[in-house]
Design a protein around this ligand. Structure first.
Ligand code: ATP
Ligand code: MN
Length: 462
């Protein structure tokens, strides 16, 4: 394999011939020279290829090279007289692998809107913005595994097809092989799931947490990192129907340890990206969200603010006349409230804890007040929640009672309750929305532009 352009750009000039492969971003021509800017996705910057028209043998091939064409250029790396780069390639021969006819190629040199690019998602990775997003996504994934590996957490693969609703929220995509025109029904007319593929109602998972907990109660510290699916019909800039989630789960750990890990983990990932994706982060800072790299750096340096839900409500009530939905104790926090807390009150990430039990999931540990649970959400400017977590209810009786009062049948969760029957222990965990984290890091406005092929209500192209 030949060197990537990112590697070639770091090489010293020299006479040994090198091959640069990539797609042409721009082509400029004068009477005597032709300049091609070549990009292969390895970095934002392209390699400048210089063709001396007076000595270049294959003039015909040059005529067929346009923006978007795939080429391999052989030649010598020379010191570049232009200020933009240290080296450029003086081409002695060029292989044109694939043309990109200018009259039909949808990605011309001009700046395209992100909305337009979503319509040509199969080509948008060839743009500066989407290339940078792809590289940051990669770096963040790597940093996630690297953090947990260094901390001795085991990566557990929880199932995608599930028969339990982890959030108890019912926003699940059903998985069935029934002929939808002819669904088997019982004599009373209800759907006979016994005849379905799994012999029972099945769905795509909304979270790997419940299964993750079973491994945490054996391996102590584990994490999952996989796709999750939610059929919420919310058409927002921060929700997808298919998104990736990272869910660590720790045994012998309470809410305090949970919050400490969440903060350390986020800061580790942010630092990693700042260090390893400096060029892309500078691009986002300049073109996408002014100063986003600097903001991240400040976040890494400052301790996160902590606040209880009850205190948060006191702060929010002061501003109630400005919210679309005024709050009082017991209200679920909407994005506008989360953003107000993190942007106006705390001016940075804040961890809100101890929410009313009515607005949180059944598995969260009940506080002694009987009204709030040991939940924690990490809120960040621009987005609101990026992490939702809690200490889990480890007491069998309390958990069973919570489920029953929420209308869940404990029998359906028999295996989950077994964790409280046998060797139960305080444990805690959280879920970080991977795509939302990418959105926060890059400053991209819409979550649909930080994942290659976004799935949302009425959107599943490609
Ligand atoms: P929100 O209130 O923002 O809808 P949630 O409370 O439903 O989120 P959790 O169930 O706590 O979210 O999930 C954990 C994390 O997963 C969230 O903090 C968020 O980062 C991410 N997340 C949740 N739903 C979505 C979604 N539809 N698309 C992308 N990320 C999501
Ligand atoms: Mn949440």
């Amino acid at each position: 394999m030949n060197d990537r352009i990112s590697q070639l750009l770091k090489r010293a000039p020299g006479p040994a011939p090198v091959v640069a492969e990539g797609w042409v971003r721009t082509k400029r021509e004068s009477k005597t020279v032709c300049f091609l800017e070549l990009n292969d996705g390895s970095c934002l910057k392209g390699l400048q290829v210089v063709v001396d028209l007076e000595t270049f043998a294959d003039a015909a091939v040059l005529g067929r090279i346009t923006t978007g064409a795939a080429v391999a250029c052989t030649g010598e790396l020379t010191a570049s007289p232009g200020g933009n780069q240290d080296v450029e390639l003086k081409a002695s021969s060029i292989t044109l692998h694939g043309e990109a006819p200018a009259d039909t190629y949808p990605l011309q040199k001009k700046r395209h809107s992100l909305e337009y690019l979503r319509e040509i998602a199969h080509l948008r990775a060839r743009t500066n913005t989407m290339g940078a997003v792809a590289r940051v996504r990669h770096a963040v994934s790597y940093a996630v595994h690297s953090y947990f590996n260094e901390k001795g957490f085991y990566y557990v693969h929880t199932p995608i097809i599930s028969t339990s609703d982890a959030e108890g929220a019912g926003e699940m995509f059903q998985v069935t092989t029934f002929d939808l025109d002819n669904i088997p029904r019982s004599e009373e007319g209800t759907i006979d799931y016994a005849q379905d593929f799994f012999g029972r109602k099945a769905s795509l998972t909304v979270s790997g947490q419940l299964e993750g907990e079973t491994y945490a109660l054996a391996l102590k510290n584990i994490y999952t990192f996989g796709p999750t699916f939610r059929a919420e019909n919310s058409n927002t800039k921060r929700h997808l129907s298919e998104f990736w989630m990272i869910e660590p789960e720790m045994s012998f750990c309470t809410l305090e340890g949970d919050m400490a890990i969440a903060e350390e983990f986020l800061k580790y990932v942010f630092s990693y990206v700042l260090e390893h994706c400096a060029e892309d982060m500078a691009f986002f800072s300049q073109w996408v969200e002014k100063g986003v790299a600097e903001t991240l750096r400040t976040v890494v340096e400052k301790p996160f603010v902590h606040m209880t839900y009850t205190d948060a409500i006191v702060e929010l009530e002061k501003n109630n006349d400005k919210f679309d939905f005024p709050v009082k104790w017991g209200s679920d926090l909407q994005t506008e409230h989360e953003r107000y807390l993190t942007e106006q009150v705390c001016k940075g990430p804040v961890i809100v804890t101890d929410y009313p039990k009515e607005i949180k999931a059944f598995y969260m540990k009940l506080n002694e007040d009987g009204k709030t649970v040991r939940a924690m959400d990490v809120l960040v400017p621009r987005l609101g929640e990026i992490i939702g977590g809690s200490e889990r209810e480890s007491r069998l009786e309390v958990l069973t009672e919570r489920m029953t009062s929420l209308g869940l049948d404990p029998a359906d969760y028999w295996w989950y309750l077994d964790l409280r029957r046998y060797g139960s222990v305080p444990h805690a965990g959280f879920g970080l929305g991977f795509d939302r984290a990418i959105q926060y890091i890059t400053g991209m406005q819409n979550i649909r532009d930080v994942i290659p092929y976004p799935r949302a209500a009425k959107q599943a192209d490609f």
